[in-house]
Design a protein around this ligand. Structure first.
Ligand SMILES: O=C(O)C(=O)COP(=O)(O)O
Length: 310
């Protein structure tokens, strides 16, 4: 055992300081590429990564001494979790570090959609002052449906508590989670009652492409749709069709099926998406704030300390 950790992503220094205190030697390489990490990973006990590359079977097979992987964030979809666990590698993530960021970002997208902030802003910049066309809707009195009631879903629910809304939540893998912020319901009830739908589920084999044309078809009321979870859970073409059919009033998307340029611009749906006044986009920054940068590091260091592997 060398008690050393390779960090391949940008990370707040508090993790480095604290892990050093536990007795680990740190190699901090925030710009390291996959092939460079692959070449040296067999010398390390620990790996810290955000989402920059896939820690797949091949990588794990190469990491012959790896004892733990810290995912500096929430989503574990860039790590072959089953294979890592099979190999006895411990996994740590830190959703507690960016749950406030995601909850607030989802609220921001929702209020912006309901008040036409994107179009109103663009119109004024273009020289037009239109009040009636930019009249907003109120959140108060509406039913907000949350899919997935983990750290992110419950953070969003908590932040909604001052708005006078009825918050209902469905989580396929959890029961008995009703709390003061949300009432646990079936998927049927989400579909029947929601005025707002917000996704807070991970990307897995099961959820990949889950939100398709059929998914929106069943909703009884026109909805405001928010995705701060994972882009690949949602077919963008289905969001665009649902907007055209009036099933979705407007959509706030922090994550997309394909992210980053130039590949995003090459998607068949991109032109329609970017021209739609009924969509607000942000570049996967829901969980990425000045505060979460530090909190993620603190949470990971705390969890690593508890593992007591050094
Ligand atoms: O924490 C998460 O799951 C996120 O989506 C944040 O992604 P990132 O680590 O900033 O690439």
């Amino acid at each position: 055992m060398k008690n050393n950790i390779l960090i391949v992503d940008d990370l707040h220094p508090t993790f480095i300081e604290q892990a050093g205190g536990f007795g680990y030697t740190i190699n901090y390489q925030p710009d390291m590429k996959l092939d460079e990490a692959y070449a040296i990973i067999n010398n390390y006990d620990g790996l810290v990564i955000r989402s920059k590359f896939q820690v797949d079977r091949k990588f794990i097979d190469q990491a012959t001494h790896l004892r733990f992987i810290c995912r500096a964030g929430a989503g574990m979809d860039n790590i072959d979790e089953d294979y890592a666990l099979e190999k006895g590698i411990k996994l740590i993530n830190a959703p507690e570090g960016n749950m406030d960021a995601v909850g607030e970002h989802a609220i921001g997208l929702l209020l912006s959609l309901m008040n036409n902030m994107n179009t109103a802003d663009a119109e004024i910049r273009a020289g037009s002052w239109r009040r009636e066309e930019n009249r907003g809707y109120e959140l108060k009195g509406r039913t907000v449906g949350i899919i997935g009631y983990g750290h992110m879903g419950s953070s969003f629910a908590k932040k909604l508590s001052g708005f006078g809304v009825n918050v209902i939540a469905y989580d396929k893998y959890k029961t008995g989670f009703s709390d003061q912020y949300a009432r646990e319901v079936s998927m049927e009830e989400i579909v029947k009652h929601s005025d707002v739908l917000s996704l807070h589920i991970p990307l897995t084999k099961e959820t990949d492409g889950m939100v398709n044309d059929e998914y929106f078809y069943h909703f009884k009321k026109p909805i405001f749709f928010i995705n701060t979870a994972r882009g690949k859970v949602v077919k963008t073409s289905a969001v665009l069709s649902a907007i055209k059919q009036g099933k979705i009033i407007a959509a706030g998307l922090d994550v997309l099926e394909v992210e980053k340029f130039p590949s995003l611009a090459e998607q068949a749906w991109f032109d329609e998406l970017r021209q739609s006044g009924r969509v607000i986009l942000s570049p996967h920054v829901g969980g990425w704030t000045f505060e979460s940068y530090r909190k993620i590091s603190e949470v990971m260091a705390m969890k690593l300390g508890k593992l007591g592997l050094a």
